[in-house]
Design a binder for this molecule. Structure first.
Ligand code: 5GP
Length: 255
């Protein structure tokens, strides 16, 4: 449990950044940040806006579970501790300006771009990269762009591939255990600098929730993720709650 003085929502410092689904505040200790998870939902580069009631609580708790599990298999992450229903304390990192997308089954923009039917399994998992830039709509880029534009160097890219494959192997198994196919997901990595600012290591950052992955029920193929909102399918609150229930995440609120 977090120390008493870090509980609730009073320990937040100055607001640093307001994103679409999260707000970042200065943490109580230098080198830390508080991620506050909102119920706001956006899609298609914020052209569609709405609310998924309770989503922030589920995404906060699911990110906690995933990050802790990944730490157990040796993946370094920015997660420190959950502070309240909607807040978690994380390490401050310099975000690598890439969206790392992993696909196990064809869906979404890949299905559209290449004219392949959604649901087609891939021979092997695919790792794609987008430039993290909302004003450009996060365009797909090649590894060569990353190196030529110096968005990351060769050693970092190799590490990103290695960690991402391990994360995918682990999470596919974790979701399969509760009857869910992990179709695809998006990761972000950050550079954690030493105190002297000289060296750094790469760690997993951001979040892992139904906002940034596709989850299909293994038996019915029912969508249990943000596509319910993006595609006006309805039932998004129930879908997020169902994923939490299967993963054993308690939705009892403490605040
Ligand atoms: P697609 O490229 O098919 O739209 O997305 C592939 C996967 O990455 C999906 O699971 C989707 O949720 C996630 N993803 C892609 N771009 C973003 C983004 O900008 N924000 C979030 N939260 N997830 C994204």
């Amino acid at each position: 449990m977090p120390p008493e003085n870090l509980k609730g929502e009073t320990s937040r410092g100055e607001k640093l950044y307001e994103g679409k689904a999260k707000t970042l505040y200065k943490g109580p200790v230098p080198g830390t940040i508080i991620q506050y998870f909102k119920d706001d939902a956006t899609a298609f580069n914020a052209q569609k806006k709405g609310t998924i009631t309770g989503k922030g609580i589920i995404n906060n708790k699911m990110t906690e579970l995933v990050m802790k599990n990944l730490e157990h298999i040796g993946i370094p992450t920015h997660f420190l501790e959950r502070l309240s229903d909607r807040e978690q304390l994380v390490r401050k990192v310099e975000i690598v300006p890439l969206e790392v997308i992993v696909r196990n089954i064809v869906a979404g923009t890949m299905a559209k771009r290449l004219g392949i039917e959604e649901g087609t399994p891939l021979e092997r998992p695919l790792i794609e990269f987008s430039l993290k830039d909302d004003s450009l709509g996060d365009p797909l880029i090649a590894e060569e762009h990353i190196l030529s534009l110096d968005l990351a160097d060769e050693a970092e890219l190799a590490e990103i591939f290695d960690m991402t494959r391990q994360i995918n192997d682990f999470l596919r198994g974790m979701f399969a255990g509760v009857g869910i196919n992990l179709v695809d997901f998006k990761l972000e990595y950050g550079r954690l600098y030493d105190d002297d600012g000289e060296g750094y290591c790469l760690i997993l950052a951001d979040e892992f929730s139904p906002d940034n992955c596709r989850l299909w029920d293994m038996v019915t193929n029912e969508k249990l993720d943000k596509d319910r909102f993006r595609r006006d399918l309805g039932g998004e609150v129930d879908a997020y709650r169902e994923v939490a229930r299967r993963l054993g995440i308690s939705l009892e609120t403490a605040d």
